[in-house]
Design a protein around this ligand. Structure first.
Ligand code: SAM
Length: 433
């Protein structure tokens, strides 16, 4: 028995494509489990594994990537809370809001959903969240609701003070929030996975598809589509968005939220000469007014906490005396880039950003957006370059600071990440004076 056999078993059982986490990680996990079981070699351990469902779960636990944190990719939660707001509750009397978090890992994602809806005024006694993960260990932590500092990342941690209690060993979520989430151990690829149809108003399936090969991704999207109500929302991770578009889903057009619907694809905003026009991409359905929630601000002064920040020094682009109509057209080009990015059409979005930068000159907003797009495409070096340029123009661009910090930390450079987070903190303090 060779390592390939174990890799194939993991793919068949849980969908894991070993190349996504690195074969050495799988090898180390197998070696570790082999010694823990006191098996002499791979063939011996293979036999042991085949005969023991307990050991099968142990091996799965050894390879899963439970990485998650509260308010990860926060726009997803903001748009969910705007969509299912108190008005939705009032106009759907007698209905419960049914959500699925799959995979939920150690619970940060479904609990963030509860906190977001609660803070937006949704009556959470009418909220049911099923939260599923293959890892028993992650679910155990989720049910306890006790979290350490690794679960709290990013600048704004006000929610921790509002909802958690500081206790020995971390921060404890109260029972009132924990009670809204029903944790279930499950494997999305199991034949009998959540039987029945179209039961959820929204599904969060973020940062799972990235570990699967293409046939498994396709299969998973079909399962999710079956579980989603006809007008439901499906949220995925930033680097998973393009896959959804190729599987008959269309972007919900929620900026930087990576949300999709089962519907006909939206018209291509780049069709014909659209890149040169100021045509807006269709927004939310008419039921509610679309409120822009872009994490990429319309102007530097709209950067989240930077709303109180002193304006950045004028850039060559902002001081250039262009005719108003040309400026409007260019700004719509950037809106188009944003919409394309929201829809997971990263190549076109990057092209629109480049066109904007060529026409308009350097701009922190465009460079930041470009950094996000390249990051979503997995082009980390380009993403880093664009984020650094954005910071050169606007040294206190908070989102650029946080994204660059995350990028460097993910690469293993925790010290550089910390420096950037401290800088963001200093900028916030200076802005609030
Ligand atoms: C990176 S976490 C994502 C958590 C959360 N959705 C987020 O984006 O922060 C990936 C999770 O997928 C779970 N997982 C992996 N394969 C699975 C499968 N076949 N079925 C259900 N969960 C799975 C792992 O146990 C792990 O907790």
């Amino acid at each position: 028995m060779k390592l390939d056999g174990f890799q194939q078993w993991l793919k068949d059982t849980m969908g894991l494509d070993a190349s996504t986490i690195g074969p050495t990680l799988v090898e180390r996990a197998v070696q570790r489990r082999m010694s823990a079981c006191g098996r002499a070699g791979l063939a011996d351990y293979w036999q042991w594994l085949r005969d023991s469902t307990l050991e099968q779960q142990e091996l799965i636990e050894a390879v899963v990537v439970p990485e998650t944190w509260f308010f990860r990719d926060a726009q997803a939660f903001a748009t969910l809370a705007r969509h299912f707001d108190p008005l939705w509750a009032a106009t759907h009397a007698g209905e419960r809001l049914r959500l699925l978090s799959l995979p939920c890992s150690s619970g940060e994602e479904p609990y963030t959903i509860v906190m977001s809806l609660f803070e937006a005024g949704f009556p959470i006694e009418r909220l049911d969240i099923d939260a599923v993960d293959i890892s028993e260990q992650a679910l155990g932590k989720a049910r306890r609701g006790l979290y350490g500092s690794n679960s709290f990342r990013g600048g704004d941690l006000g929610f921790r003070d509002r909802h958690f209690q500081a206790v020995a060993g971390g921060w404890q979520l109260p029972a009132s929030i924990r009670a809204r989430v029903n944790f279930i151990q499950g494997n999305v690829l199991d034949l009998g996975f959540l039987p029945g149809e179209a039961r959820y108003d929204a599904i969060f399936c973020r940062n799972l598809l990235i570990y699967f090969d293409e046939p498994t991704q396709v299969r998973t999207v079909e399962i999710l589509a079956r579980l989603l109500k006809p007008d439901g929302l499906l949220y995925v991770g930033p680097s998973e968005a393009s896959l959804l578009l190729s599987r008959g889903m269309s972007s919900a057009q929620f900026p930087m939220a990576f949300a999709f619907r089962k519907a006909a694809p939206a018209p291509n905003p780049l069709a014909g000469t659209a890149l040169q026009t100021n045509r807006r991409v269709a927004s939310e359905p008419p039921r509610r007014a679309a409120t822009p929630l872009a994490s990429v601000p319309a102007s530097p002064s709209r950067v989240s906490s930077a709303s109180q920040r002193k304006p950045a020094p004028p850039t060559p682009a902002s001081t250039s005396a262009r005719p108003a109509s040309a400026a409007t057209t260019q700004s719509s080009l950037l809106d188009t880039a944003q919409s394309l990015a929201d829809g997971g059409r990263f190549v076109e979005a990057a092209a629109a950003c480049d066109a904007y930068l060529q026409a308009q000159g350097p701009s922190a907003r465009a460079l930041y957006l470009s950094g996000l797009i390249h990051g979503a495409m997995g082009r980390d070096a380009q993403a880093e370059g664009h984020l650094r340029k954005a910071l050169y123009l606007d040294p206190c661009h908070e989102e650029a600071l946080m994204h660059l910090a995350l990028l460097l930390e993910t690469r293993g450079d925790a010290a550089a990440g910390r420096v950037l987070r401290l800088r963001a903190q200093r900028c916030r303090t200076a802005a609030s004076r």
